[in-house]
Design a protein around this ligand. Structure first.
Ligand code: ATP
Ligand SMILES: Nc1ccn([C@@H]2O[C@H](COP(=O)(O)O)[C@@H](O)[C@H]2O)c(=O)n1
Ligand code: MG
Length: 210
């Protein structure tokens, strides 16, 4: 067995031991996943891992996959799961934490099935930020963070990929009763009020009767 295979097995083993709590955060490009994750981190102590940010960092690190990642991102396409899952596993283990918001993953059926097969982790639930395309387009074109894929041509490709490949994943988790859907077209603070309700531990009704 090569050193890379051994390293991957070690990552898988470390994660399986920890049994981390995972929430998948999904929604169209520009729906506010990153914005709301930052707030959830502050209020509820999760660790935020954005698959897109990890891929951008990997691309910028000069890795052997750098050119492939850049080409896929510029086309709004989804990078093979093997690459993204390794980055996620490494980030989870290296963080030393056990409560994660995994933002922008799984983006397609391949991502979903491979993550489950490799890590054996089932998400606690899926947070889905639902927002109309015109609003997504407006937000991304105003984002100004220097992202190469924030141009109208790539935005439209990303939105098409979202409809064709990512929505079916959301439907898969809906059928399992795991989706918490939020109206993400509202202002940031209003969206976060709805998010807080989901993350705030529920007080059992029976507690009030005692
Ligand atoms: N509820 C909101 N109302 C208006 N603007 C918002 C809202 N939420 C986020 N934004 C703005 O929209 C832009 C996109 O937000 P953000 O980066 O959080 O989205 P994202 O879902 O992570 O996008 P991507 O999938 O492209 O990474 C940012 O400029 C952000 O400030
Ligand atoms: N699971 C994923 C997530 C992202 N990508 C690629 O990164 C781009 C940007 O993602 P954001 O979440 O930061 O918008 C995305 O368009 C994909 O090209 C991926 O391949 N797999
Ligand atoms: Mg983001």
């Amino acid at each position: 067995m090569g050193t890379a295979d051994t390293a991957n097995k070690d990552l898988t083993f470390s994660l399986a031991e920890k049994k981390p709590k995972v929430v998948f955060v999904l929604g169209g490009p520009g729906s506010g996943k990153g914005t709301q994750c930052a707030k959830i981190v502050q209020h509820f102590g999760y660790t935020h891992l954005s698959a897109g940010d990890l891929l951008r960092a990997e691309k910028n690190s000069g890795s052997e996959n750098g050119i492939m990642i850049q080409n896929m991102m510029n086309e709004g396409k989804i990078v093979p799961s093997e690459v993204t899952i390794k980055l996620l596993q490494k980030a989870m283990v290296e963080s030393g934490k056990d409560k994660f918001l995994i933002d922008g993953f799984p983006r397609n059926e391949e991502n979903r099935a491979a993550f489950e097969a490799v890590t054996k982790i089932e998400p606690e639930f899926v947070l889905f930020f639902n927002c109309p395309e015109e609003e997504l387009e407006r937000r991304i074109l105003n984002r100004n963070q220097g992202r190469e894929d924030d141009n109208i041509e790539t935005i439209r490709k990303r939105f098409k990929v979202f409809l064709e490949s990512s929505l079916p994943v959301i439907e898969y988790y809906k059928a399992k009763g795991k989706v918490q859907e939020i109206d993400a077209a509202k202002p940031v603070e209003e969206v976060f009020e709805a998010v807080k309700v989901i993350f705030t531990p529920k007080v059992e009704e029976s507690c009030w009767c005692r």
